[in-house]
Design a protein around this ligand. Structure first.
Ligand SMILES: Cc1ncc(COP(=O)(O)O)c(C=O)c1O
Length: 388
């Protein structure tokens, strides 16, 4: 049996997979097992932020794996300390908790918010408002938090304690503030929901309500964080600082990680025994995370992301089949005039370009290290597919 047959026979059928076996890659170019090359504008849904097998990241990971691959969290490790210190310094958050995925990061955020409220106000103040069309993960709790009915099927009974407000409708959100709310959780740009950015005014109004009513603002930056939009966190461009922010995907550079960051208000909520993770804060992952942070925060790097995004967006706007672009920076949603995004994604794959979809849009999340040559090569393929 070949790779595809073995996978399909033995793996649960959770993904509508495309018959492409990725074998190896360098920066934005990957090769399948038949030697065919692809320009990667999806970066494994935003995870390979430094591209495939970035030299410094690979060295950090391989160096660490030869020294100490895992330590239980009752002991300390240098890479975990280093990573936490760097991330707190970059973001201004006071403390972090480390897990293994975006959903786990959000689970931690939900627990911090509910415990903050329970410690201070007692029971019955545990509701979290999330937004219609959001996506927060695949665990039972984060599925329940996700504001899309399609994710609220099959797995009954779902956890309760979430209310859903229409994005960009402040009155609707205010109508949900019934005295039981401990937190409001938002994605600055709804990624899986179709790369839809929230209005800046709306986000700022939410932050004001949170401040006034001692409700915690949770920013799910699993997809928007770590330089994706041209600033380290997307919230910087919205002029707010959430009390809790989650990261995953890019911050691991391609290894599994989930980060929940808390500001001074809720930094001490988690106490021994109230949360944990066997693998969270793994030294190999943290060593890679340090390499990611070093590069993303190097002088000029985020400026280069903004420049690349401006170039890519400018070139995309010239393509007649493209009706419009959404998102910010290198998180790009593409609305097509006549073609179906899923069909275009498959045709692009065949032609040697990896792209994603989000709802009815094409979605690009290129590695932030993409070169001008790689952008041009990818654009050439996309143009030819869209003109066909
Ligand atoms: C905004 C957001 N939150 C949470 C998640 C869940 O992350 P993970 O798949 O790592 O659990 C995702 C994944 O796409 C996401 O985009």
């Amino acid at each position: 049996m070949n790779t595809i047959q073995k996978t399909d026979q033995c793996m649960m059928n959770a993904f509508g997979r495309i018959p492409l076996v990725e074998a190896q890659g360098k920066n934005c170019t990957c090769t399948d097992e038949n030697g065919k090359t692809y320009i990667d504008m999806g970066s494994g849904i935003g995870c390979n932020v430094l591209g495939w097998c970035n030299d410094a990241w690979t060295e950090a990971v391989c160096g660490q794996v030869r020294k100490l691959q895992h330590a239980c969290n009752y002991y300390y490790t240098q890479p975990q300390a280093e990573f936490a210190e760097k991330l707190c310094a970059v973001t201004g958050f006071s403390k972090i908790f480390l897990g293994n995925s975006g959903a786990e990061a959000n689970e931690c955020a939900i627990k911090v918010a509910r415990k903050y409220s329970s410690d201070k106000y007692g029971k019955n103040r545990g509701t979290i408002i999330t937004l219609v069309n959001s996506f927060h993960g695949r665990t039972m709790e984060t599925l329940a938090a996700t504001g899309q009915e399609v994710f609220h099927q099959y797995f009954y009974p779902f956890p309760t304690g979430f209310a859903f407000a229409k994005a960009n409708d402040l009155d609707d959100l205010k109508s949900k503030l019934d005295g039981t709310v401990c937190a409001i959780m938002i994605e600055m740009i709804q990624g899986e929901g179709g790369v839809c950015a929230l209005d800046k005014d709306y986000v700022q109004a939410i932050a004001k309500i949170c401040e006034e009513q001692d409700i915690l603002l949770i920013a799910d930056e699993v997809q928007t964080g770590c330089g994706r939009t041209g600033t380290f966190l997307a919230q910087e461009q919205f002029g707010v600082k959430a009390n809790i922010t989650t990261l995953a995907k890019a911050i691991g550079g391609g290894l599994p990680i989930g980060v929940c960051m808390a500001d001074e208000k809720c930094a001490y909520v988690i106490t021994p025994g109230t949360h944990g993770s066997t693998f969270g804060g793994n030294p190999v992952v943290c060593a890679g995370g340090c390499a990611v942070l070093d590069q993303i925060t190097a002088p000029g790097f985020l400026d280069s992301v903004k420049e690349k995004a401006a170039y890519l967006r400018g070139e995309l706007e010239k393509i007649p089949e493209i009706a419009g672009l959404s998102g910010i920076g290198m998180m790009i949603g593409i609305t097509l005039k006549t073609k179906d995004a899923h069909d275009v994604m498959l045709a692009a794959n065949d032609a040697g370009l990896l792209v994603l979809t989000a709802k009815e849009k094409l979605r690009l999340l290129p590695p932030l290290t993409i070169t001008k040559e790689e952008m041009d090569a990818g654009l050439k393929i996309l143009r030819s597919v869209l003109e066909a």
